[in-house]
Design a protein around this ligand. Structure first.
Ligand code: FES
Length: 87
């Protein structure tokens, strides 16, 4: 049997040259996952530029496939609560 583990939820974060500047968002999410004891259940996955640089920062919550653009910590926090903590 393999020990390979996959999380129930993932948060894809664009780490291209534009979105990657918004380190505060990744930092916030990392801490929120840790503070809620979700390290084994929610994973942050850095992805390459998605060609939406004008709308940086870009994020996508899975499995709900909820994309965020031009987002802020405030909005990310709201969506994290809804899609990660409540669903
Ligand atoms: S850097 Fe994020 S869409 Fe291009």
């Amino acid at each position: 049997m393999s020990n390979l583990h996959f999380p129930e939820k993932s948060i894809f974060i664009c780490d291209g040259s534009k979105c990657g500047k918004h380190k505060e968002i990744r930092k916030f999410l990392k801490e929120a996952i840790k503070d809620n004891g979700l390290k084994d259940h929610v994973e942050i996955v850095k992805i390459e530029c998605t060609d939406r640089c004008k709308h940086a920062p870009i994020l996508c919550f899975q499995p709900q496939n909820q994309w965020l653009s031009d987002t802020s910590i405030w909005e990310v926090e709201k969506v994290f609560k809804k899609l990660i903590l409540e669903e």
